[in-house]
Design a protein. Structure first.
Lengths: 480, 364
């Protein structure tokens, strides 16, 4: 009987791809192992092999077609002598015999159903206490940073992935002291294709493939930075940086202080942080709160491509150790990026992404996608949410948050990390001190659940925050 | 400054309680390992005089630090280098200006050998504003960009990856410099050491790994902690050459260092030197040293003291009058006393220093 070949999911986060090329024609006999087609994902070009014998009866998706969704039938394989025209397609596709097994699409959009009550978003759990005197010098009342480039600047739709690559390439052109090191950054073109093309432009001296040895190469990067080089150390994911965290904290973050200001460490540690999709507990940890806890570090976690570019350029130029937390799911998303020769954003400034008067939603990185969808839905119900993208977690621009909450009187925080001692907990504590008299409701936190990340699709969905939880929390603080 | 007098001082030092022979662990006979090489390379008169002065400065400085610790003027951890002086001085005699030095927490000797001011080092030990880190680093955390001294690191083994990074930067800049990366026999068992060995050889980085084998990682003897006690062989699986060196004889140290540094500087990659040495004092000031016998220590002091060996040569071979050496001794004592004087009278850091040096100003 005829079977459909489905568009395969070739990475944990792939939702669609380009059918780049058919290597077999209609009518060709195929046997197991034959390469049928080439598919371009957001990360690489992959070959699709046949598993069964038969005849390539019909090609359903022409080569060159972009945006083919995972699990779409792309061809039909018939048995020898079978009537091809009788082979059905579409609808309830049978098992995808001829290709790699399709993974369920991780659908970040499909929120709102089956949301269990969020146990951690119920009450304001910060008991009243004597506020400690603010110990650090804060930047005073910055104006909302909405305009960060001249009006009328041409905007180019760019993925976060391209924006990060462009930022590194521009800074490497500008300064010979900047180099990239990490696993698969050079010849492989980046495990997530972030360093694509850099080896070709800058050569092996400045784009350095390392062995799988995070502790060692993080230390080498820090040592090189002590001499004034400006390493960009890529961790394939921040989960693996656990092996290197001693050098990040003890060597990079503390040495300036311990040397009485003599020995700076201009280094950027970057890579994807937090959950991707279906990669299990050891590959899904969000370290935002961990690094934001450490004096001597700056911690950046951008959401848009524009912020990713402008802030990564700033990070590379900064004389301090920077933790640059990316998100794998955001890599393929496109945002307008200003077409400017040198677009650098200030580290430590939040951005009011959407203005509103009724409630303040504070988030960062992929949390912003929940926050913005919730704000859209709430607007339809007459609740105008102001959405603040922190962008930088340390130093944290709490002034912008406080100013907003003094206006709205209500605040909900959104993050994928765990609830205890999280970014939301920090925001909540700041508001207790600086906006206590303005609060009309306890601050609520929407966070990842307090469990290691499960693998099963349904459980993973439950473990992550979702739009419904944000809406629920906002309504709770608005007493609606 | 003869050995007997030195031993007497140690015995009366309240910070160094008597070792208990009953609790001691047989550690082999150090004398056999450290017998002076019969064909040891010779130093000129000037070289021996230089080595004598430099090693004596470290010895007297460390003795003074021990005293100040006993008086409560130095706090926390304080790891003395007494006994190991020939290692860092021999290494420095083979290096050139620009070569970088990085080590672990037993670091005062390395600082002085790099030419850092004893006043600044001692004032850091006492936590004063005139210290190299303005009192914010302490015994284990001092640095001097000017002298190419990169610390001073308190996490055992971390300096090995960092020192390999210094060499990475040298290769990146093609500046002809070599990173002298020191570690102890304890650090040599850390995983990141081998991650570093691998990359250093893979990329042919100009680094000399100096393993100061003083026989005890804190209180654990080499034999109890290391499956392979010949540390010069620790790079074999990476193809890194290594050799064991009598680390009590400054001449053999310098000779081996010259070979190793030449190897690294010429682009052939890393080199390992296992320096067989001995620390007379405990691991830190609070170590009663019950893991070894008092005899073991006094035998090393009497028969293999690196400074006494040079002193003997200066008198017997080079015909230096004893009065000249006494003058050197007096000069060194004066330098050390001045550093102690400074370190005890320099004010503590201004309270405002609490909030400085956390981040550099990005606009600068």
């Amino acid at each position: 009987m005829a079977t459909d070949i489905l568009m395969p999911a070739l990475s944990p986060t792939m939702e669609e791809g380009k059918l780049a090329k058919w290597l077999k024609n209609e009518g060709d006999a195929v046997k197991s192992g034959d390469v049928l087609a080439e598919i371009e994902t957001d990360k690489a070009t992959m070959e699709v092999e046949a598993i069964d014998e038969g005849v390539l009866a019909k090609i359903l998706i022409a080569e060159g077609t972009e945006g083919v969704k995972v699990n779409t039938p792309i061809a039909i394989i018939a048995a020898e002598g079978e009537d091809v025209s009788a082979a059905s397609t579409g609808g309830a596709a049978p098992k995808a015999d001829a290709a790699t097994q399709p993974a369920p699409t991780p659908d970040m959009q499909a929120e709102g159903q089956a949301a269990t009550p969020a146990p951690n978003a119920k009450t304001g759990d910060d008991a009243p206490k004597a506020p400690a005197a603010p110990a650090t010098i804060t930047n005073k009342a910055p104006a909302p940073v909405m305009e960060e480039f001249p009006a009328g600047t041409e905007m180019v739709s760019t993925t976060v992935r391209e924006a990060l690559r462009d930022a590194m390439a521009e800074e490497m052109r500008r300064d010979d002291a900047v180099f990239v090191m990490g696993e698969e950054v050079a010849e492989y073109q980046g495990a997530y294709k972030i360093t694509q093309g850099l080896l070709q432009e800058f050569g092996a001296r400045r784009v350095v493939d390392t062995p799988i040895t995070e502790h060692g190469f993080a230390g080498i990067g820090v040592g090189a930075a002590f001499t004034g080089l400006r390493p960009i150390v890529e961790f394939m994911t921040f989960n693996f940086a656990m092996q290197a965290i001693d050098h990040i904290i003890n060597s990079a973050a503390k040495t300036l202080y311990m040397s009485g200001g003599q020995l700076g460490c201009p280094i950027v540690f970057r890579g994807p942080n937090g959950a991707a999709a279906r990669v299990g507990a050891q590959h899904s940890h969000d370290y935002s709160a961990w690094y934001s806890n450490v004096p001597g570090l700056k911690v950046i976690a951008p959401y848009t491509a524009s912020d990713a570019k402008g802030l990564l350029k700033a990070a590379i130029r900064d004389p301090n150790p920077i933790i640059f937390l990316e998100n794998e799911i955001l890599y393929g998303q496109s945002f307008p990026v200003p077409k400017l020769d040198d677009f650098v954003l200030p580290i430590g400034k939040a951005r009011i992404h959407r203005t509103g008067k009724d409630v303040t939603i504070v988030s960062f990185s992929i949390g912003m996608s929940y926050a913005l969808k919730a704000a859209q839905a709430l607007a339809e119900e007459g609740i105008e949410a102001e959405v603040i993208d922190l962008r930088t977690l340390r130093p944290m621009d709490t002034d912008t948050v406080v100013e907003s909450v003094r206006k709205t009187g209500r605040c909900v925080t959104v993050e994928e990390g765990f609830p205890q001692s999280g970014i939301g907990a920090e925001i909540s504590a700041c508001l207790m001190v600086d906006a206590f008299d303005y609060l009309d409701a306890p601050v609520l936190r929407v966070t990842g659940k307090d469990v290691p990340m499960p693998y099963a699709a349904n459980l993973e969905k439950l473990a992550l925050p979702n739009v419904a939880e944000v809406i629920e929390a906002v309504k709770a603080v608005c007493y609606r | 400054m003869d050995a007997a007098k030195d031993a007497g001082r140690a015995a009366s030092d309240p910070s160094l309680p008597e070792a208990s022979p009953s609790a001691s662990i047989e550690a082999g006979n150090p004398a056999e390992t450290h017998a002076p090489a019969p064909n040891a390379p010779q130093f000129t008169r000037e070289e021996d005089l230089h080595a004598y002065h430099e090693m004596l400065l470290i010895r007297r400085f460390e003795e003074k630090a021990g005293q100040l610790y006993g008086m409560g003027l130095i706090g926390g951890f304080c790891h003395l280098y007494i006994g190991q002086e020939a290692v860092v001085i021999g290494m420095q005699m083979a290096s050139v200006d620009g070569d970088q030095v990085i080590t672990g927490y037993r670091d005062h000797g390395h600082m002085l050998a790099c030419g850092m001011d004893p006043k600044g080092v001692m004032a850091e030990l006492t936590g004063r504003r005139g210290g190299y880190s303005r009192g914010k680093g302490g015994s284990m955390h001092m640095f001097s960009r000017e002298k190419q001294f990169f610390g001073g690191h308190g996490i055992v083994g971390a300096q090995v990856s960092l020192g390999t990074g210094l060499a990475f930067a040298d290769a990146y800049r093609k500046n002809g410099q070599v990173s002298l990366t020191y570690m102890g026999d304890g650090a040599a068992n850390q995983g990141q050491v081998y991650e570093s060995f691998n990359m250093a050889q893979l990329w042919k980085l100009p680094v000399v790994y100096v393993i100061e084998n003083n026989r005890y990682a804190m209180g654990t003897s080499v034999a109890r902690a290391s499956a392979q006690t010949d540390f010069s062989r620790r790079g074999i699986s990476f193809g890194i050459p290594g050799e064991q060196v009598d680390g009590m004889d400054v001449r053999t140290v310098r000779e081996a260092a010259t070979r190793a540094i030449q190897h690294a500087r010429s682009g052939e990659g890393p080199y390992i030197l296992e320096m067989q040495t001995y620390r007379y004092r405990g691991h830190s000031m609070s170590d009663p040293a019950k893991y070894r016998t008092k005899d073991e220590v006094s035998k090393m002091r009497e028969e293999h003291d690196p400074i006494e060996m040079v002193r003997k040569r200066l008198i017997e071979m080079h015909g230096v009058p004893e009065a000249d050496l006494k003058a050197t001794d007096a000069k060194v004592r004066e330098t050390v006393n001045q550093s102690a004087e400074f370190a005890t009278h320099d004010p503590e850091p201004d309270p405002a220093e609490l909030w400085t040096d956390i981040l550099l100003d990005a606009r600068a």
